[in-house]
Design a protein around this ligand. Structure first.
Ligand code: HEC
Length: 161
């Protein structure tokens, strides 16, 4: 530390930290918006696990697509409203948009879906690396990247697999 005076060292460290944060925000390409019409989305399914309750919402058109085992239309949001011990904890959002997949390289891409997490006040959680969401949901490629689609009965009455 003799060649680098302490205040300068701390300033350099702070600058590096600011750069790193800036880089992280920029590196994370993401076009997901919090749905402006959340109140108009309808209940799709609920998942309960211990103290966690997840109410999942989407559009009636998307539910019809799931029931017919068809691709989900572009412009759709799926919102997982995550409650812990009965209190709103966070929102997980998946949005499908025309061309959204082109933002990522082939290894990360989940067709035209992008993912995002929002706090209860609907502000963005900037600390999340949504590549993690994609890598887990990639396993559901055969169900348009939805984990729950196979739990929804088909229109023709075929039992849930
Ligand atoms: C380790 C695996 C994993 C990761 C990581 C993950 N998810 Fe999921 N996700 C699931 C599972 C499993 C479900 C089904 C509901 C359940 O069992 O809790 C699900 C359900 C969902 C749903 C409801 C639609 C569906 O697929 O049924 C949304 C929306 C969602 N996740 C968004 C996200 C977002 C946003 C992130 C990242 C911030 C994320 N997920 C990260 C496994 C994961």
């Amino acid at each position: 530390m003799t060649i680098f005076p302490r205040p300068l060292f701390l300033a350099a460290l702070a600058a590096a930290a600011i750069l790193a944060i800036g880089w992280q925000v920029q590196a994370e390409t993401n076009r997901v918006s919090f749905p402006a019409d959340l109140d108009r989305l309808v209940h799709y399914t609920t998942v309960r696990r211990g103290n966690v309750t997840e109410h999942i919402l989407t559009t009636p058109e998307a539910i019809t697509a799931v029931q017919n085992r068809q691709p989900i239309p572009a412009g759709t949001h799926f919102v997982l409203v995550d409650h812990r011990d009965g209190k709103l904890y966070r929102y997980f959002v998946m949005e499908k948009g025309e061309g959204f997949g082109a933002d990522y390289d082939a290894r990360r891409r989940t067709a035209d879906w992008q993912f995002q997490w929002f706090w209860p006040d609907r502000s963005l959680n900037l600390g999340e690396n949504t590549a993690r969401c994609q890598s887990c949901h990639a396993s559901q490629q055969g169900a348009d990247y939805l984990f729950t689609a196979h739990r929804i009965p088909r229109f023709d009455g075929t039992p849930v697999e």
